[in-house]
Every structure is written in C-alpha cells, then in structure tokens.
Design a protein around this ligand. Structure first.
Ligand code: NAD
Length: 359
C-alpha cells in the first residue's frame, strides 16, 4: 500500500482512493456484497476525510468484530414497516447503518419531494456512523433537514447533568441546508461534550483529554482516557450542562421511544448490540416560502454571520460544516493521517478475514 509519508510518532498518511480500495476489500471479505462493501467503506473514508477520525476508518476493527459476533448482519436492507403519506417508519434489520441510512434518506427525499416535508423514523439500524452524512445526502437533493439519533442501551456513556455515572447515549444531532453555489452547511454534533470515539483516538495516541470532559468510575474529574474505560467505567459530561442533557434526553424520546427502537436502557431488548435509531425530518424549501427566496435568505444569513469581526486577530467565523470542508480539502491533497495503533488494528482486522496486510 502506498502511503505518502509517515514516522513512528505520527503514523501514516494514505490517499483516500487507496484507503477506499483497502477498506472495501476488508468488508467484501467479511461477507458484504460489492455494493455494501463500497457504501460502508465510502462512508468511513469520507468521515476520515472530514476530520472525524473517531467515526472514520478506525471503526473497521469494531465493525468486523460485530459482523463476526452477529451483532451486525451483512446485506440487510431497510424495510418500510409503516408508510403514511409524508411519514415512514423503517426497520434496519440490524444491517449496516451506512446502507440502512442511505436507503432511508432516499425514502425521505422522495416523500419530501411529493409532500413538501417528510419524517422518517429508523429503528434497529447498525451504527449510523457520521450523522452529518445523512444531512448531506438530503442537502444534495435540495432539502433542509434535522436528525436526532440514539442507541437503545449498548452505548450508554453519558452522565446526566448532576449525575455521576453513565445513563444516556452520546446521542448526536445533525442538521443541513443546501447553499446555492457552495457546499451545504452541516451541523453534526454529539450531545456529549466529546464523542466517545475521540476518547478512543486519544487512548490510541497516548494523549490526555482536555479537562472538564469526563469523570472516572468514582465520579471524579479526570483527563486520563484509560480511566474512562476502567472498571467501574467513567462517564462523559453532556455538552453545555443541563441544556445539552435536555437535547440528549429528547434524542432518546424522538429517535428511540418514538420509533419503537427504545430509549437507552440496559434492560432494552436490543441493548446487547449497538443499534442506532434516528428520526429524520426533511423540508423542501419550494413548499414553504419558495426555493429562490429561501436560497437568497440563506445567502444573506451566511454573509451576515460570517461578517462578524474576528474576536482574535487573524481569526475567522466558521459556520457549521466549514471546518470539515477545510479538513477535506487538506486531506484530499495530503492524504488521510492514521496513527500506528489504529492502522495496525485495521490491518489485524483485515488479516482476520483473509485480506493481506498492505505492503
Ligand atoms: P465536533 O465537535 O467536531 O463538531 C460539531 C459541529 O461543530 C460540526 O457541525 C462542526 O462543523 C462544528 N464546528 C466545529 N468547530 C467549529 C468552529 N470552530 N466554529 C464553528 N463550528 C464548528 O463533532 P462531535 O460532537 O465530536 O461529533 C463527531 C462525530 O461523531 C459526528 O460526525 C457525529 O455524527 C458522530 N457521532 C455519531 C454517533 C452515533 O451513534 N452514530 C454518536 C456520537 C457522535
């Protein structure tokens, strides 16, 4: 495998197309058909390109473990179990979230085109990965959207505001809007102060966490990623204290309880496997104030917001999704960085399904 640079400290850099081929080969060997392997690999490589290493190719290792243990089932598709005009409920059949999410967003886009808006509720999908991908898919179809996500009990990681142990999932939110002549703006965020995958990244890199992000198993603040994974385990704070906890709680309600995929609870019937549930709402601007007026108002909003004088000399106001666009451009040019620990784990996962280590 070609990598453009690397040393023992920083790991390697790989061109995205080479990484795509390698990761695709691993999922094919694990049992996915060609389309699924391509879709899952593209989602993970795209997350790495966007700078969300925690939801990028680092996940290959876990995903392969889950396929082997039967927690994720290959070659499953989204089943529409309820279809009522602008609303659908989709069951993911424990298939790859990357496939189920893509199929569900295709349903949402078709319904929004017909009705002006759509609400699609997904239950029992595998890990839906980088949630911003779903807002991007709808923005490509000209739609504004909002998404709430939870897990049913496998990924309980977050302490409620005022609490000292894990009760809620990291429960991401995403929103997207197309921008005429430019990249869509995409808000994509966990409601925890840090995504759990970023603790894994810090652990793999031997780095400390910033203060104020996690508590250890005794409820004491810590910056040690190992303390988070100790026994008893630590917990992550919700972002913004009681406000982030409130949003997280309603991710549980809207994504979990409403879909029948369950809110986070160790007693949920599906708590033994990582399932994501998602409520997605899509809006066709043409059905509201008119597509041209909407596009013009978004253009004004962008210019007005970004026009704020930087608080620090040389600073810049970034809108949701802009930092990912910048990282994408850099990584397309320079390759995707992967630390050695993460890379050796991906290689081990590949070898375990018969894909040889890259040269
Ligand atoms: P983050 O904190 O890196 O970014 C959150 C949002 O803030 C993004 O929209 C980003 O564009 C914006 N942003 C970042 N820096 C900015 C700046 N300087 N100015 C203005 N805006 C800025 O994201 P996160 O909360 O760490 O989430 C990471 C990823 O993890 C996301 O892709 C999320 O979907 C994913 N995730 C998935 C799950 C799941 O269960 N599938 C769970 C948790 C998180």
């Amino acid at each position: 495998m070609a990598h453009s640079e690397g040393d023992a400290e920083s790991g390697i850099r790989m061109p995205p197309d080479r990484l795509q081929d390698y990761v695709e080969a691993i999922f094919s060997a694990a049992g996915s058909d060609a389309e699924e392997a391509r879709t899952v690999a593209a989602h993970l490589v795209e997350a790495s390109l966007a700078g969300h290493d925690s939801h990028g190719v680092m996940r290959v290792t876990k995903y392969i473990d889950w396929v082997k243990s039967g927690q994720v089932l290959c070659n499953r598709h989204a089943d529409t179990v309820i279809d009522r005009g602008a609303m659908a409920l989709v069951d993911g059949n424990f298939g790859f979230g990357q496939v189920i999410g893509r199929e569900a967003m295709t349903i949402a886009a078709a319904k929004a085109a017909e009705h002006g808006f759509a609400v699609v509720s997904i239950r029992n999908a595998g890990h839906l990965g980088r949630i911003g991908a779903w807002a991007e898919q709808l923005a490509e179809a000209g739609l504004a959207s909002f998404h709430f996500v939870n897990t049913s009990g496998f990924g309980i990681l977050v302490a409620p505001h005022g609490g000292s142990d894990r009760r809620l999932s990291a429960n991401p939110l995403a929103a997207g809007v197309p921008v005429a002549g430019a990249q869509p703006l995409i808000l994509d965020m966990a409601t925890s102060v840090i995504a759990e995958g970023k603790i894994q990244v810090a652990r793999n890199q031997g780095a400390r966490l910033a203060p104020g992000q996690v508590i250890d198993g005794a409820g004491r603040p810590t910056t040690d990623p190992e303390a988070f994974y100790a026994d008893p385990p630590g917990a992550i704070f919700p972002f913004g204290g009681h406000k982030g906890m409130g949003l997280s709680f309603f991710c549980e309600v809207l994504a979990g309880s409403l879909s029948g995929g369950f809110a986070s609870n160790p007693g949920s019937p599906t708590a033994g496997r990582l399932v994501n549930n998602m409520l997605s709402m899509a809006f066709d601007p043409a059905a509201f104030g008119g597509a041209d007026a909407f596009a013009e108002d978004i253009r004004r909003l962008v210019a007005w917001t970004k026009g704020s004088p930087p608080i620090e000399p040389g600073g810049v106001v970034l809108l949701p999704g802009e930092i990912e666009d910048r990282t994408r451009n850099e990584r397309r040019r320079d390759g995707i960085p992967i630390d050695h620990t993460t890379f050796s784990r991906i290689v081990a996962a590949g070898e375990s399904v018969g894909v040889p280590a890259p040269q």
